[in-house]
Ligand binder design. Structure first.
Ligand SMILES: O=C(O)[C@H]1O[C@H](OP(=O)(O)OP(=O)(O)OC[C@H]2O[C@@H](n3ccc(=O)[nH]c3=O)[C@H](O)[C@@H]2O)[C@H](O)[C@@H](O)[C@H]1O
Length: 434
């Protein structure tokens, strides 16, 4: 064997041959044991640290998931804020849209802008799902003349500044931690956005002069374990099945308080499983599409004794009409500068489609549209917050807001699939958003 054969090709793989060092005196052995102990202790502590750091619970403050820290202020920034919020139609509104880079937020912002309202967006661009999708929505809105301020609804100083720069007539509050099942993984994020964030926003709105009218996103999930169908606004909502639902229900009670004490006009909209182009990658119709195309099996939930799991899937354009209807019929808040002057409007509406569809049918429609057979993995509905069935009674929204959904699931999914294929093939983007 030549000398070169002893030289390891990879230095890190070099191992001392103990037999080459005949001296094993006690002192040396003791030192080497101590060194080994110290070394492995460091490795152990390091592994524990990495484990905790990567655990979602470690990031209990969800604002840490915001990819950039917000930077705002200055004359150029104020000018952008003012320009974006400038009303361009007679009797138009100036609307602050929170969660503007979100799914519903993007569609509502663009619809408001199109009809001449002034719109300013606010979003923290957190990474609950693929932030590049949020950036793409932002670019879309920018082209339409809507500026999105990057910041969190818990940042009271930023909110105050926005109201100093623009006397918003309305707030469309859509910023939230969404998703029913994720609440078990990161409960703090729901409390942070849906409760603390909502209160932070209401605190600033109640101090504003004039106070804006507020329309905000509640959820069909507040009906929880309610079995009486279709769900009507008068039904009980005191049995939430997930922390997500509980935080939305809390939002409805908080709305009551701010309406009662400060005269804020508040309208809560209970959205029923909203879907469509530019949707949320964490939702079933979205990741089913991705997984069907990738030949991956999809988990399809079923109830006890093979019971049907169904949703009142509601198309985004119908939801947008409901949101605009709610803004248009919202009465003014009655207080100013933190003081109530008289009773104010307090409303809550179901915005659904009134036609629940089994999840298995949703998959069949997707298979037809994608021309790919799904690998169905039917399993029992896990106990992680999902309810078996949702069905909206929308007569109140129809009467008060003129709300009348017109898109069935087949038509809506067709539009979604067209968008999905176009979006993810156009720029070679990957739908790796979950
Ligand atoms: O109306 C709402 O207020 C909520 O709507 C939405 O929640 P959901 O109705 O639960 O939608 P989504 O997750 O798409 O599951 C759809 C169906 O697929 C079933 N489902 C789901 C996952 C899975 O792996 N398999 C499966 O069968 C599942 O059992 C369900 O039957 C919003 O995400 C939520 O933020 C909130 O806005």
């Amino acid at each position: 064997m030549s000398h070169l054969d002893h030289t390891p090709s990879t230095p890190g793989k070099f191992k001392m041959d103990k037999s080459a060092y005949p001296y094993h005196g006690g002192r040396l052995r003791w030192h080497s044991s101590l060194a080994k102990l110290t070394f492995w202790s460091f490795v152990f502590i390091g592994v524990i640290f990495i484990f905790f750091y990567r655990s979602p619970r470690f990031h209990s403050d969800p604002s840490r998931r915001s990819l950039r820290t917000s930077s705002w202020g200055g004359p150029a920034w104020e000018k952008k804020v003012r320009t974006s919020a400038r009303i361009r139609s007679r009797n138009g509104f100036s609307v602050l849209v929170t969660g503007a880079a979100g799914f519903v937020g993007t569609h509502v912002s663009s619809a408001l802008k199109r009809r001449g309202d002034g719109v300013l967006g606010l979003d923290n661009f957190n990474d609950y799902y693929d932030p590049t999708l949020k950036r793409a929505r932002q670019a879309l809105l920018e082209r339409a003349g809507v500026f999105i301020v990057e910041g969190d609804i818990n940042d009271a100083a930023l909110l105050k500044k926005l109201f100093e720069v623009v006397p918003f007539t309305h707030v469309m509050h859509l910023a939230a931690q969404a998703g029913v099942r994720y609440a078990m993984q990161n409960p703090g994020s729901y409390v942070h956005s849906n409760i603390a964030g909502f209160v932070s926003l209401l605190e600033v709105c109640k101090e504003a002069t004039p106070q804006p009218a507020i329309v905000w996103a509640s959820s069909s999930s507040v009906y929880g374990l309610n079995t009486k169908v279709p769900f009507s606004e008068k039904d009980r909502t005191d049995q939430p099945a997930s922390l997500y639902a509980a935080t939305k229900k809390a939002g409805e009670e908080i709305a009551h308080t701010y309406n009662h004490i400060y005269g804020l006009s508040l309208t809560g909209l209970r959205f029923f499983t909203v879907y469509g182009p530019w949707g949320r990658p964490d939702m079933a119709y979205f990741f089913f599409t991705k997984d069907i195309l990738n030949g991956k099996s999809i988990p399809i939930f079923e109830g006890e004794n093979h019971g049907t799991v169904a949703r009142d899937f509601t198309y985004i354009d119908d939801i947008v009409k409901g949101c605009l209807g709610a803004l248009d019929t919202a009465q003014k808040s009655t207080g100013s500068g933190g003081k109530k002057k008289g009773p104010a409007q307090l409303r809550v509406f179901n915005l659904g489609n009134t036609s629940p569809i089994p999840v298995t049918n949703l998959v069949t429609i997707l298979e037809r549209l994608l021309k790919v057979k799904a690998k169905r993995n039917v399993m029992k509905l896990p106990r992680n917050g999902d309810v078996q069935f949702t069905h909206a009674n929308i007569s109140l929204a129809h009467r008060e807001l003129g709300y009348k959904p017109t898109t069935n699931l087949q038509t809506g999914l067709k539009k979604f699939v067209r968008w999905y294929l176009n979006y993810y093939s156009a720029a070679g983007k990957k739908a790796d958003a979950r």
